[in-house]
Design a protein around this ligand. Structure first.
Ligand code: FES
Length: 397
């Protein structure tokens, strides 16, 4: 599903002198001379970059972020795709928001990364962007900043880590941390068991593999239409994840050449579909905070009332932890988001574009579900209504 040969919206192709980066490199003034001279200093020949789409690869990799450990390699795969498609990739390191390590909370820094993303894209000679992230607040932060600049953009979700394991039990990274800490407090397990659990809870690079905030927001990015189809559930260490990154690099060059900007993708209909999807996934309630903020950057009015209204129209169809039984790898092999969305088509806006296809309808056409225990039939939902109810008032007047 992540084949870069898929088509997408937009018609015609821009001439090299119509590229935004032409203002830096292609004019007859002193500044262009200086920019070309400094690109020689970087070691590039004129024929390697002049007249080519410049693609910023924004990378949230860091030694302190275990969810993004693999993104150094994935950035290389994205760049490989960009080169092969005739573009000129430039990697930009940006802030990392590590949910486990950053205090008092990475939420304090979401808007800082959004601002950094926006200002980098605006101030440098960039024609398009590929954004790499996935740990909780990274996804909304990167997309908020990019939405404000409105260049052609593809999001590469970091992908879930492998399932946790301990003594023949499958563990969810967050869910079971709390559970076994309580077991220790109750005295049912001791330090030996806790030491084993330390090794088994989080077994590989990648974001949390339950339908927590990270999986919810990367799924939202996919249904919004800013990732390649099926990208959000590919396990971080699966070789398919690297292929998806390379395909995203190929794809962004095409989007730049056809000037398919983010605002053509992030429409009011796309946000409505994102809300419906996260509710049907039984996703994190943090999606309410982040999707409203993301929509604001897109100039789309999205409110708490929209969540409440849409929740009444969608059933919960994904049996995923923490609310259900399965993990993201099960979801991926059950059909991933394309298969899941294929069971929600009655509430989705199918005629809107994505970065990969002219319409969401075309993108979902024939997407199979291989396991109806993980992705439930509409006739057999986990719950009849979406997972959020908006309450108002004061419990403690
Ligand atoms: Fe990064 Fe959970 S700690 S997604």
């Amino acid at each position: 599903m992540t084949d870069a040969s898929t088509r997408g919206p937009g018609t015609g192709r821009v001439a090299p002198e119509e590229l935004r980066s032409h203002r830096w490199f292609g004019t007859d003034g002193l500044r262009s001379f200086s920019h070309r001279a400094r690109t020689r200093q970087l070691g590039y020949l004129p024929e390697e970059h002049l007249g080519k789409p410049v693609v910023a690869v924004l990378n949230t990799w860091s030694d302190i972020n275990p969810c993004h450990t693999h993104l150094r390699d994935r950035a290389q795969a994205v760049k490989r795709g960009v080169w092969q498609a005739g573009g000129f990739p430039l990697e930009f390191p940006v802030s990392t928001l590590s949910e486990t390590f950053q205090k008092p909370t990475p939420m304090l820094y979401r808007n800082l990364l959004a601002m950094e993303t926006e200002e980098l894209l605006r101030s440098y000679p960039v024609d398009g962007a590929v954004l790499l992230g996935g740990c909780d607040k990274s996804t909304p932060a990167l997309l908020m900043g990019a939405a404000s600049v409105d260049l052609p953009t593809v999001f590469v979700p970091a992908g879930p880590m492998l399932p946790g394991h301990w003594r023949n039990e499958v563990l969810g990274s967050g869910t079971d941390m709390w559970k076994y800490w309580d077991e220790r407090r109750a005295g049912t397990i001791g330090d030996c068991e806790m030491a084993e659990l330390e090794n088994g809870l989080a077994r590989s690079p990648g974001h949390c593999m339950t339908m927590g905030t990270a999986s919810t927001l990367t799924a939202a990015a996919e249904v919004l239409g800013v990732t390649l189809p099926g990208a959000s559930s590919i396990p971080a260490v699966d070789s398919g994840h690297e292929r998806m990154a390379a395909a995203s690099g190929l794809r962004i060059v095409d989007l730049v050449m056809r000037q398919v900007t983010l605002s053509q993708i992030l429409t009011p209909e796309a946000y409505e579909d994102a809300v419906a999807t996260v509710l049907a996934l039984g996703g994190s309630t943090n999606a309410v905070i982040h999707l409203i903020a993301m929509a604001g950057r897109s100039g789309v009015k999205l409110t708490l009332d929209d969540f409440d209204r849409i929740a009444r129209t969608v059933p919960v169809l994904a049996d995923l932890r923490p609310g259900g039984r399965y993990l993201m790898e099960d979801f991926h092999f059950a059909g991933g988001l394309p298969g899941f969305l294929g069971r929600l088509t009655n509430v989705l806006h199918l005629d809107r574009p994505t970065v990969a296809h002219d319409t969401l309808r075309e993108q979902l056409d024939g997407a199979p579900v291989h396991n109806s225990a993980v992705i439930r039939e509409r006739s057999d939902p986990l719950a009849g209504e979406g997972g959020v109810a908006v309450l108002r008032g004061n419990l403690c007047p």
